[in-house]
Structures are given as structure tokens and as C-alpha cells.
Design a binder for this molecule. Structure first.
Ligand code: SF4
Ligand code: SF4
Length: 256
């Protein structure tokens, strides 16, 4: 974690397990839409899958139009941010007077707001999670009566669909850091293709005959080529196999 991210989390109040906070956000609240501009929001591979699918866009067009990218110094992996509109307002492109135009597929960070969620590997392939309250002066939702724990907010906002994919990705990044840091440049570029351009990765699988190099049964092969959630799961397995030569759900052919 870089210093800016650590400093940001350190500045927030932790919402301990079982503890509650008051919050409600709805059209008609005086601050409606005040939070959807000037954001510095990282999009996970699953965020991008959902956004693209909701907008019915190819990955190349989506990434060009709606994101900015840099390589993270700790890992040498790509980090995509949601692009704000040009000009002084730096608005989110999906922010309309009626609210979020891609609400059903809004990114995980938008779902969790006003909570931040931090995770660390639990050593068993899963994660331990912590919630933090992001209390900003312009947000009047805290004056409402509805009461939430971190777990009930997560469920209400449909974040649970995001958890498995995002947590798996965070574990991969943690594994890279534990292994000593930045991956070779070539692997960083490979991660752009495999994790963020799933439609292109499907074509790459066919062109490079990847299934002939790993043990994948026919059902999984079909799923990987037709369902981008399965493609992303395979992409994470493939990346880990390339980087660490082992991953629980994928074996190279001929290896025991
Ligand atoms: S994606 Fe939707 S909820 Fe998220 S910042 Fe943009 S308009 Fe707001
Ligand atoms: S500022 Fe807070 S209450 Fe207002 S629209 Fe944004 S999240 Fe909802």
C-alpha cells in the first residue's frame, strides 16, 4: 500500500464489527449527486467487467473512453481509474440529474460509500475485512435515521457479488508484494490484457491455444469462452500460474 492510501485509511474512523452508523441516500436529499465528481477512484477488473457489460462496450473502447491508467509502483501491475469529465467540474461521466445512469453496474467503491473497505489475506485463501466511515461535510446522508452495520450495508448495496472477485484480485496483489515486489514489465502488460480486456483475452486464448498448455476440463473451457466472469477467474489463475508457477485451481499440463 502506498503512503497516500495508508494516510487516507489512517484518517478514517473504523466501524468495528457489530457497530452501527446512520445513513440514507435518496433522490430528493439536498446533497443529491454532490459526491459524484472530482473522484480518484480505482476500478477493479470486476468493476470494469460489470461496467462494460452494462454499457455493452468492447474493452478497448471502454478503457479508452472511461479510464486512465498507470502502472502501480509496488507491483508493476496496471491500475485503472474512472475518468472524470474535462473542465472545472470534473464530473463522473455517468452522473445525471436523475442520479447514476449505470446504477445497476456502478463500481464497488460507489456501492460501499460512505464506507471504505480494506482487506488483508487471512492466510487460507480468503481475506479479513475492515470497514471505515468516510464522513464528508457535504454528505447529509448521515443525518438520516436508517441504521447499518458494515455487513448489512454491504448486503443492501449488492456489494456481495463483487466480494469474491475483488478479494481474489487483492490476494493476487498481496502475493506479488509478499514475493518481493514489482513483476517484470512484460507481466504488467500481460495483466492489462488478461484482467481488463476479457473479450480480447478470449481471442488470445484461441490464438495461442492456451487450453492445450493447462489442465482445464471441457465445461470450464466453454464457460471461459462464453461467460466473462469465468474468463476473469481463469485470467487470475493464469496470471498466478505465470508468476508463481502454482495456483490452487489451475495446473500446467505435465506437472503433478
Ligand atoms: S459511477 Fe455512478 S455512483 Fe459512481 S461516481 Fe459515477 S455517477 Fe456516481
Ligand atoms: S453526498 Fe451522501 S447523501 Fe448526498 S447523494 Fe452523495 S452519498 Fe447520497
Amino acid at each position: 500500500m502506498d503512503d497516500d492510501k495508508k494516510e487516507f485509511l489512517d484518517s478514517l474512523t473504523e466501524l468495528e464489527e457489530g457497530k452501527t452508523y446512520n445513513f440514507k441516500c435518496y433522490p430528493g436529499i439536498s446533497c443529491f449527486n454532490a459526491c459524484c465528481n472530482d473522484l480518484n477512484m480505482v476500478l477493479t477488473p470486476y468493476d470494469i467487467l460489470r461496467l462494460r457489460r452494462g454499457l455493452n462496450m468492447g474493452s478497448v473502447d471502454f478503457l479508452r473512453q472511461h479510464t486512465t491508467m498507470h502502472m502501480d509502483a509496488d507491483t508493476n501491475f496496471p491500475e485503472f481509474h474512472l475518468r472524470m469529465t474535462d473542465g472545472a467540474s470534473r464530473n463522473c461521466a455517468f452522473n445525471t440529474k436523475q442520479g447514476c445512469s449505470i446504477y445497476e453496474n456502478r463500481p464497488g467503491a460507489c456501492r460501499m460509500y460512505p464506507l471504505g473497505r480494506a482487506t488483508r489475506p487471512d492466510g487460507k485463501g480468503g481475506v479479513c475485512e475492515q470497514f471505515f466511515i468516510v464522513r464528508e461535510d457535504h454528505c447529509k446522508g448521515f443525518l438520516e435515521k436508517d441504521e447499518w452495520t458494515g455487513a448489512s450495508w454491504k448486503k443492501d448495496q449488492g456489494f456481495e457479488e463483487y466480494t469474491a472477485n475483488n478479494d481474489r484480485y487483492m490476494n493476487t496483489l498481496a502475493r506479488i508484494r509478499q514475493a518481493g515486489g514489482p513483476v517484470p514489465e512484460k507481466m504488467g502488460h500481460m495483466a492489462v490484457l488478461t484482467l481488463y480486456k476479457l473479450d480480447e483475452f478470449q481471442r488470445f486464448i484461441t490464438k495461442m491455444q492456451l487450453f492445450s498448455r493447462v489442465e482445464v476440463d471441457e465445461d470450464r473451457q466453454k464457460a471461459v469462452m462464453s461467460d466473462e466472469e469465468a474468463t476473469l477467474e481463469f485470467a487470475l489463475d493464469w496470471i498466478e500460474l505465470m508468476l508463481f508457477h502454482s495456483t490452487p485451481n489451475l495446473k500446467a499440463k505435465g506437472k503433478s
